[in-house]
Design a protein around this ligand. Structure first.
Ligand SMILES: [Zn+2]
Length: 293
């Protein structure tokens, strides 16, 4: 079984909900039959990520994330970074330091190193432009990214090297998204994720941050049994996110299986009540969605 739980469902600037990062859990049995999953993956870990995990660890069924009242960071085996905005990477310094200094087992002097997954260019920039500022200095020496993480560099869209697998069964394939164009499409790297269950051929679409770009990913939306698409509720010229008005132009059958996430704090003001009729609905945070049985 593969499950997805939003740490948060808000936009970068939302305050009622945490930012849109997700916890993927891979289970050889079901959550009812085993206390903790066999493998875990965060898709992004932004500035509100640590607080979101701190809250989630006290929810029923997530006790394995709780180590005597603090987040049990070694329970997070992997982190996938879709792009470099703070609401996607801002929690990584805490995750790295917690694993290095706080979460070590009592008799185990070795820090826990999760796997860090992204494309080569994002990984290089992630260190040089962001994480190096806080993580490069350790008592008595300079540190590198690989002091904190085992690194997996992907090369999408190459199907051989553009993804990874959980439990030898669930394929994660990255695809480029049109989030920010500096001069031309795709020149600032950002990615979404297509997840396929090799046992059944079923798939799930997770947009990551993107402008509405239906021609680029309509086939994935059509073929997936469940879609998660980011949304911006308010209109804006030249948006860098998918406007709700644009998402409403999708075919009815696609909308009905599409959950919207990355929304602003006014989502339940009444103005957007049609979303639960037209789409699968607004995604809820801290609720386990079963992607594949
Ligand atoms: Zn972004």
């Amino acid at each position: 079984m593969l499950t997805l739980t939003f740490l948060g469902v808000g936009s970068a600037f939302a305050k009622r909900h945490f930012q849109s990062n997700v916890l993927i859990e891979a289970w050889s049995k079901s959550p009812a039959e085993q206390e903790c999953p066999d493998d875990t993956l965060l898709i992004d870990f932004g500035t509100t990520g640590p607080l979101a995990l701190h809250v989630l660890k006290d929810r029923p069924g997530f006790g394995y994330l709780n180590a005597d009242g603090v987040v049990n960071y070694p329970a997070i085996h992997r982190v996938l970074v879709t792009h470099m905005h703070g609401d996607h990477i801002g929690g990584l310094e805490e995750l790295a330091f917690m694993n290095m200094f706080v979460c070590r087992g009592r008799n185990d002097a070795k820090p826990y190193k999760p796997q860090l997954i992204s494309t080569t260019s994002i990984l290089v920039d992630l260190w040089d432009q962001a994480l190096k500022a806080g993580l490069s200095a350790l008592p008595g020496r300079y540190a590198l990214l690989q002091d904190y993480f085992f690194i997996l560099a992907l090369r999408p869209p190459d199907p051989e090297h553009g993804g990874f697998r959980m439990l030898k069964r669930y394929d994660f394939q990255l695809f480029a998204t049109d989030h920010i164009s500096i001069q031309h499409k795709y020149d600032w790297p950002s990615y979404g994720v297509s997840i396929t269950d090799r046992a059944t051929g079923e798939s799930v679409f997770y947009s990551g941050d993107t402008r509405f770009d239906f021609p680029a990913y309509s086939r994935m939306l059509q073929e997936s049994q469940m879609n998660f698409h980011e949304v911006q509720l308010t209109e804006q010229p030249n948006p860098v996110h998918a406007l709700l008005s644009e998402l409403r132009t999708m075919p009815t059958d696609i909308k009905r299986k599409t959950w919207l996430y990355h929304y602003s704090d006014d989502w339940d003001s009444g103005a957007y009540d049609f979303v639960k009729q037209e789409f699968a609905g607004f995604a809820a945070q801290h609720e386990r969605y079963v992607l594949f049985e």
